[in-house]
Write a protein of this length. Structure first.
Length: 128
């Protein structure tokens, strides 16, 4: 869980004037996975499946005014995000990966199939 609150200074920035501006962000996330692996002398193969979900809410409160041109006598008042913005995501996933052990060096790669597929790869140095 992440909760963040940011106070927007009462000021004029360019053509936007803010009074009592406040931005609030709340994010929650949950992941559960089950993994299994086969370990051989120089290679490890692993796979798994799981479930992940997350929600995010962003609201901006305060009084904001915008003057479209310096020649206009009045400014327009507006609310930046009426009702806020909500994002929700949840999906099942499956992962398959491999790790090669070459002495001090390890080379690994994994691929996860989910709503947004991901590929991870890297090199590690292991000292014991």
């Amino acid at each position: 869980t992440l909760n963040a609150v940011y106070g927007i200074d009462d000021s004029t920035t360019g053509t936007i004037q803010s009074v009592n501006g406040l931005a609030k962000l709340k994010t929650t996330a949950f992941t559960a996975q089950a993994l299994a692996s086969l370990n051989f002398p120089f290679i490890n193969i692993y796979g798994g499946f799981g479930y992940g979900s997350g929600t995010t809410n962003l609201t901006v409160d305060g009084d904001f005014k915008h003057q479209f041109s310096p020649y206009e006598a009045t400014a327009v008042s507006f609310t930046p995000l009426p009702g806020g913005l909500d994002f929700k995501n949840s999906s099942f996933n499956s992962t398959i990966g491999v790790r090669l052990s070459m002495g001090f060096f390890k080379i690994f790669a994994s691929y996860s199939m989910q709503e947004y597929n991901t590929l991870n790869a890297g090199i590690a140095i292991s000292v014991r």
